[in-house]
Design a protein around this ligand. Sequence first.
Ligand code: G1P
Length: 305
Amino acid sequence: MNLPIADHKWSVKTVVVPAAGMGTRFLPATKTVPKELLPVVDTPGIEVIASEAAALGASKMIIVTAPKKQGVLAHFDPYPELEALLEERGKSAQLEKVRRAPNLIEAIPVTQERPLGLGHAVSLAEAELHDDEDVVAVMLPDDLVLPQGVMETMAKARESVGGSVLCACEVPREEVSNYGVFEVEPVDDPATPGLKKVIGMVEKPAVEDAPSNYVATGRYLLDREIFDALRKITPGAGGELQLTDAIAMLIDKGHPVHIVVHDGARHDLGNPGGYIRACVDFALRDPQYGPGLRRYLTARLSQED
Ligand code: G1P
């Protein structure tokens, strides 16, 4: 499918979802089940990301997976046998759930043969882009950014400042070494609260070297120029090819990079602690499970242990 760029609300056709990680922080569950298929309430994390990509108006989702993780892609295939069975039994709500993922967006597989880093994973998407695409979105499936809608805020900001726009969260100083960290300058743009200009970016610095407490949060709108930078980077933090280093290279060349500081929740689905919080947050908002869970949690928390 190749819809013209004009059919895309924010001129973003493609979302790249790097999903090749082995899920080592979530063993033993991830020994055979890819972490992107673990359910947030009843919906696999990868489908939650696909809805966010579809809400941005994207039509293609490039999923970069490792050779043994093809099940992630299978979630976007139609399942005619199950659909026929549910239809025959009149189970329309379940039928809608089975059909939802394949209808959201076109999922395109790309295989990353070896774990060479996030920068390498993103670089593999270039071959799947069409000529009319000037910008590409990257969404990390470990990061759940709530309430949804930050990608649209970033796209809106990009219309006025151009270049690349990323999402940031402010974290306590002692946590910065887990992230890409921004060096920023204020921007006077009343239309986008939380917008800042990025003048430098460093991947997983030591606390004392971190230029700020603003960290990259798994949502990026990157100018197509990023692929030139990705071709030039050399292994960085952790010996891997880092997306952060390619972004830093763009900044050094004078390419405009901005962040939108997200004012809301962010959950790390890649480890059990963050995953449980994400499930609780989603379930509390769910009309079916929310009221019962709220009563249970209130009663449970008033007990000793
Ligand atoms: C990646 C990025 C990092 C970013 C983080 C957000 O790191 O390299 O810049 O802050 O995602 O979750 P990872 O978590 O893959 O080590």
